[in-house]
Design a protein around this ligand. Sequence first.
Ligand code: AMP
Ligand code: MG
Length: 321
Amino acid sequence: MIVRYSVFFLIGLWSSLVYGEWYTHDDSAMGTVVRFEIWHESKAQAEKIFEEAMAELNRIDVLMSPYKEQSELSLINKKAAESPVSVSRELYDIIDQSIYFSNLSRGAFDITFASVGFLYDYREGIRPKAEQLQKAASLVNYKWLKLDPVHHSIEFKKQGMKIDLGGIAKGYAVDRVYQILVAKGVKHGVITAGGDNRLIGDRRGRPWVLGIKHPRGEGYVLRLPLSGIAISTSGDYERFFEEGEMRYHHIIDPKKGDSARSLVSATIIADDATTSDALSTTLFVLGAEKGIELVNQLEGISAIVIDSHGKVFYSDDLQSD
Ligand code: AMP
Ligand code: MG
């Protein structure tokens, strides 16, 4: 009798431990590559979860894309210099959060970079002429964004200003997908959109291993064992063109209106992907010294940056000595 019950118990324990499979979904959304990997008991349900996650990414894109004429963000860019534009609570909150990161970094992270950013086309190799750049760069300053928390409205204090959430929106989207997956009972998984990742639990008894891409070659410069955390990397190799020795890429130093060039890669590990995304872009602009100094002051945030000479810098919590 005891033997029989023990066998049933063991079979039950075994099936609850191994019953399930890894399911992956590769796709694209928000102008970047998307990958989900989850452990689930049912293929049909995993596919349904992926469908819901993709719908969420596309919903956020429709709200926040600067390329979609009908997006709420485009509406702000069209109208906010004339009068305050009321927007959804969701868009208002992410703009408000962007300003938090601007204040934290004294303007290194600044969604009004778009006032000059829209003059670059990295695919076509187009950049503004000096005079054009100077004029547009003078419109970059988050302090000219006026937010009304009662009406959830946004106003521009200067004509010609623009905003773009490219430095934070993908992280936000990854966090939203994380919430959906966790609510569906997913206990182990990875959500990736471009350089932004969030991990659900571990890889069933082992950590996930995420790599920091080699900024100039193939493969990875570092591999990190991680669980239940968010990690984002910003790099100058993502979207760029070159003229002679000079690389023009998509992360803009708001002070210059030109690409930030002291780093080639900036990685942030944080509890959520909105934070890791915004701070990776921020550190890319701040550079090694100021960037690491900022992260050392923040609780629960780690950083790994690579400068243009290939030297790697770590936040204090990752230093062994
Ligand atoms: P990421 O890959 O997360 O570093 O994001 C890069 C994107 O951030 C760019 O494509 C721009 O949309 C946006 N961006 C560029 N420069 C800045 C900046 N100084 N502050 C905030 N967002 C920026
Ligand atoms: Mg970022």
